[in-house]
Design a protein around this ligand. Structure first.
Ligand code: GLC
Length: 629
């Protein structure tokens, strides 16, 4: 398989066609750099198909037209990004995420919040899915009926584009989801596929009977078992369609290059509205092959690289953020400058909670030591929690090295965080408990999981500790807006019909007005948490050691202490040390003897003498500027 069928057309022909199509010089320069790669990826993905080349030619033409239409301000941004390719690795980067309706009523409400976002120091704003999606069957917007229409309850596409411009002027990059693994069953492609309309029959994976579904389900995993067993759902006419998530979210068939072309069109459309980062939803699931788990197959990577190559031609300033909540080996496999430049760091997130529950920092410390490194030109997105459940995605083989057995340990963590074990400080809710496999995940806001809801004395400290880690390990820290004012779970979801069946709504509350009003009042949890986090945010953005991803694990010789160095210039580094235990712990002078004894506490501004060791109170976290000797 060396070229796309049929015929002798190759990259030079495609470039020649572009030359005579009137494409501008800038586009031609992009194409010369990236079209060879796109061609090669098409050969690997679609080399066996007769329509591979035709589709590639259409994709290239689409990219050319999209570049022509790309607003001037966005082309200027493309050039700026090109000259500062490490812009997203800066210590000034800070992300926030919210639901448009819940946090601000609509897009215009989001615009009204820009002054607050600036006060926090946001440079990245992820607006949760805001596209048209079926009433009642929307999976919080992750079932998309049109990528070109905004949910009318939130605003319009024109408003989104103008909001993107306003945010950009405020130094904030707009992030939206690119939900490209599946569409809602009400998307026009889905309707046409079911009706057998020519050109759409193969957009989804639809089978006449159970033969193929049964064969696939031998090896696939159930993702939303509360909704339906297996990976398929039955249509009214008796056929079966692939639906990894909810029954109304149908997986697209990327083995068909027409699907790639169609999605590339939607992606470029969004890019030209001023979106700067696309959160690539559910990347692990986009390619299926019989006899496999149908997760993280090699073609999933090729597809992402192909989408990336299209972007580099037509909207080169954009980044992809990977959403792969899977085994840590797989998570990192999506991260590269040619694929997804940034990625959620689900391992650090989950292990932060693991450490708080066990009061043992060793698994997290081990992960920082061996699983934190990334290729140059990429970054983690570090978060304390997201809009989704917490899954315990650590590697069993890593845990085994520390004498921890993965299966019972996950059970312990689930019981602990849903408030079922004795002495727990957490108030979480189970999500997708699967009695057959014993699998379950946990939902809850940071404040509720950390103990504030339960009135635990360490609750506020744990919220601060978890954020201090996300802010200091390297990459883009991402705040779930509302957590900075200690918002609690919203149990009201259980009374709302569209949400009752999905416990993730417990941690997607409406904007907590009272907490925000209290944020300057030190007599309230909201006020105390906000003022402590604000201090950390300010210190982070003026600490150059926090840029980039370089991290050297520091063995504090105390199981409850997670510690690492972030090297900087001039022989200095920042030592981060966090004690996850409920009691005071000492790090002795000998352990610290590789550091000069004079240090500076960046948070309090006070000098620290390491010559006598370091004492960390319960849930204490320190950011010290030190000089390794
Ligand atoms: C991602 C989203 C999640 C959604 C799923 C299906 O995992 O984060 O909220 O349910 O994709 O789109």
């Amino acid at each position: 398989m060396t070229q796309l069928n049929p015929g002798p057309r190759d990259v030079s022909h495609l470039l020649g066609d572009l030359n005579s199509s009137g494409a501008d010089r800038e586009f031609l320069a992009h194409a010369e750099l990236h079209l060879p790669r796109l061609h090669e990826l098409f050969v690997r993905l679609y080399g066996e198909r007769t329509d591979g080349l035709e589709r590639l030619a259409s994709v290239v033409d689409l990219a050319r037209r999209s570049w022509t239409e790309r607003p001037r301000a966005l082309k200027a941004l493309d050039r700026e990004r090109d000259s500062t390719p490490d812009w997203f690795e800066s210590e000034r980067m800070l992300g926030g995420v919210c639901y448009v309706d819940r946090y601000a009523g609509g897009l215009s409400g989001i615009r009204d919040r820009i002054p607050y976002f600036r006060e926090l120091g946001l440079t990245y704003l992820h607006l949760m899915p805001l596209f048209e999606s079926p009433e009642g069957n929307s999976d919080g917007g992750y079932a998309v009926s049109s990528y070109r229409r905004v949910n009318p309850a939130l605003g319009t596409m024109e408003e989104l584009a103008s909001l993107a411009a306003d945010l950009r002027r405020a130094g904030i990059s707009l992030v939206v989801d690119f939900i490209f693994n599946h569409t809602s069953n009400e998307h026009e492609w889905a309707k046409k596929a079911v009706a057998g309309e020519p050109g759409f029959e193969d957009f989804y994976l639809i089978y006449p009977d159970r033969e193929m579904p049964d064969a696939f389900e031998q090896t696939t995993r159930e993702i939303f078992p509360d909704d339906h067993p297996g990976s398929f759902v039955q249509l009214d006419d008796g056929r079966w369609v692939w639906a990894t998530f909810y029954h109304f979210q149908w997986d697209l068939n990327y083995a068909n290059p027409a699907v790639f072309e169609a999605m590339a069109g939607e992606m470029l459309f969004l890019a030209n509205q001023g979106v700067e980062i696309l959160r690539m939803d559910a990347v692990a699931f986009i390619w299926k092959r019989l006899g496999t788990t149908c997760e993280s197959l090699p073609e999933a990577h090729l597809l992402l690289q192909a989408f990336n190559a299209v972007l580099r031609m037509a909207a080169p300033g954009l980044l992809f953020k990977s959403e792969a909540i899977v085994h840590p080996d797989e998570v990192v496999s999506y991260v590269s400058p040619d694929e997804c430049q940034i990625s959620y760091n689900p391992l650090q997130m989950a292990l932060t909670w693991e450490a708080l529950a066990t009061r043992d920092g060793r698994l997290l410390q081990q992960a920082l030591e061996r699983r934190h490194a990334l290729p140059d030109g990429t970054a983690w997105v570090n978060y304390v929690r997201s809009h989704d459940d917490i899954g315990w995605t650590f590697a069993d083989e890593d845990a085994a090295e520390l004498g921890i057995d993965g299966y019972p340990h996950r059970r312990f963590l689930n019981d602990f965080y849903v408030g079922r074990s004795d002495g727990t400080f957490a108030r979480g809710v189970p999500f997708q408990e699967n009695p057959r496999t014993g699998d379950a995940r946990v939902t809850g806001t940071t404040a509720s999981l950390a103990g504030i809801e339960a009135g635990d004395a360490g609750g506020e400290d744990r919220v601060v500790l978890a954020h201090a880690l996300a802010l200091s390990t390297g990459g883009i820290p991402l705040l779930y807006l509302g957590d900075e004012v200690a918002q609690l779970n919203d149990y009201g979801y259980a009374d709302r019909a569209a949400e009752a069946g999905d416990s993730r709504w417990v941690h997607r509350p409406f904007r907590p007005e009272q907490n925000y009003a209290d944020r300057t009042d030190a007599a309230t949890p909201a006020g105390r948490v906000f003022s402590r986090l604000s201090r950390l945010l300010a210190v982070r953005r003026s600490t150059p050691e926090f840029a980039g991803n370089e991290l050297v694990a520091f063995d504090a010789r105390a199981g409850s202490v997670v510690a690492f160095l972030r090297p900087g210039d001039g022989g200095f580094a920042v030592l981060v040390a966090a004690n996850v235990a409920d009691s005071t712990v000492g790090v002795d002078a000998l352990t610290l003897s590789g550091l000069a004894p004079e240090a500076l506490d960046l948070v309090t501004g006070a000098p620290v003498w390491l010559g006598a060791g370091l004492t960390l109170g319960a849930h204490d976290v320190r950011w010290l500027r030190v000089r390794p000797r």
